[in-house]
Design a protein around this ligand. Structure first.
Ligand code: SIN
Length: 347
């Protein structure tokens, strides 16, 4: 295995970005139905939230809701929808299809209450309650505060360092999350972007030999993998109780997962939570994971979300990894996150 991995290192790292066909077809789920106009032309990196009127086909329906794919490897913005109002079944079906096709939906200008955020999140499935209970929004246990803001006593309101390593939310659970919905409350004047990397493309663009090599492998994921490292950097992170540790016991998942709704394959390892490849010697496991981490976050796979006031961003943890880029410490950044339960990971 070692010699094999070494022979592949050059292939993976030296492989130039293969330019993608200017069509959304390669991003479409195999079982895609409906929303036939959901075609986007994919342009070159760097990707951003800017949509190109010339290259993105906006999908508009009689209800005035528009879904505009981004000019990039993933993502679409949703305009003309007020999530204070109940979402009818036809609109929900369009959102569902778009979420499967584009993996990130950016709902613009959502001036919604925490209760409305929770209600909309529940349309996608039951919600998780994060193991760090002290960062819940009071009165709303389903909302994790992602925040560097402190209260009058100087105590952090939220998890200020959430997402500082690439990860897929709750991959350390037996049933990792389907998706997360992050709502901007207060944004810094500088920085604070969130990056998303398309793990379907990451798998599809692996050299064939590496694809074959990783297909049957399994890897361990652990919430504790880097917890102490983060605590050393940020001593406000609480020491976990025995009950909390028991809640986040390490689990094993396929390295390549099959999306339960679209059937599309994706890489499913992350620098934050994946500790080892099961059955490989430690050095081989470490080398292979390093290769996969580097490959799976290449700029050509990444969409950078530059937050706008009141954005609500809903991503698919089964298709993507994400990373919080951080902002200068003196600037306030405060968001609310709900996390939708998912299924056991299919290989
Ligand atoms: C997260 O990982 O859920 C937080 C992402 C962010 O704060 O940008």
């Amino acid at each position: 295995m070692q010699a094999f991995l070494e022979s592949l290192t050059m292939t993976v790292t030296a492989s130039p970005h293969v330019s993608r066909p200017a069509t959304a077809e390669r991003h479409r789920a195999p079982i895609a139905q409906g929303d036939q106009s959901a075609q986007s032309a994919l342009g070159p990196s760097p990707y951003s939230a800017a949509t190109s009127a010339a290259t993105s086909a906006a999908i508009s329906a009689a209800d005035g809701v528009e879904i505009r794919p981004f000019d990039g490897p993933l993502g679409a913005e949703v305009l003309g929808l007020d999530l204070n109002q109940p979402v009818d079944d036809a609109t929900f079906a369009r959102l569902h299809r778009a979420h499967l096709d584009h993996h990130v939906l950016v709902f613009r200008d959502q001036r919604i209450s925490p209760a409305a955020h929770v209600a909309f999140s529940r349309r996608w499935g039951p919600l998780e309650v994060h193991v760090l209970r002290n960062f819940q929004l009071p009165g709303h246990p389903e909302i994790l505060q992602v925040s560097n803001v402190r209260d009058e006593q100087g105590r952090p309101l939220g998890l200020g360092d959430a997402g500082v390593f690439w990860h897929s939310d709750l991959s350390y659970k037996e049933k990792p999350s389907l998706g997360s919905l992050l709502h901007a409350q207060e944004l810094p004047a500088e920085g604070g972007d969130t990056l998303f990397a398309n793990q379907h493309l990451a798998y599809e663009e692996l050299p064939q030999a590496l694809k074959d090599a990783v297909r049957g492998l399994r890897a361990e994921h652990s919430y504790l993998a880097r917890y102490e490292e983060l605590r050393a950097r940020n001593p406000w992170r609480p020491a976990l109780t025995e009950a909390q540790v028991a809640e986040v016991r390490p689990t094993v998942h396929p390295v390549v997962r099959r999306h339960p709704e679209t059937g599309r394959l994706a890489l499913f390892v992350s620098e934050h939570f994946t500790t080892r490849i099961v059955g490989l010697p430690e050095d081989e496991s470490r080398d292979l994971l390093q290769q996969l981490f580097a490959h799976s976050t290449r700029p050509s796979l990444v969409y950078r979300h530059r937050w706008q006031p009141n954005d609500l961003v809903f991503w698919d943890n089964r298709s993507l990894m994400h990373l919080a880029t951080g902002c200068p410490e003196h600037l306030r950044r405060h968001l609310h996150r709900t996390t939708v339960e998912g299924d056991a990971v299919l290989g």
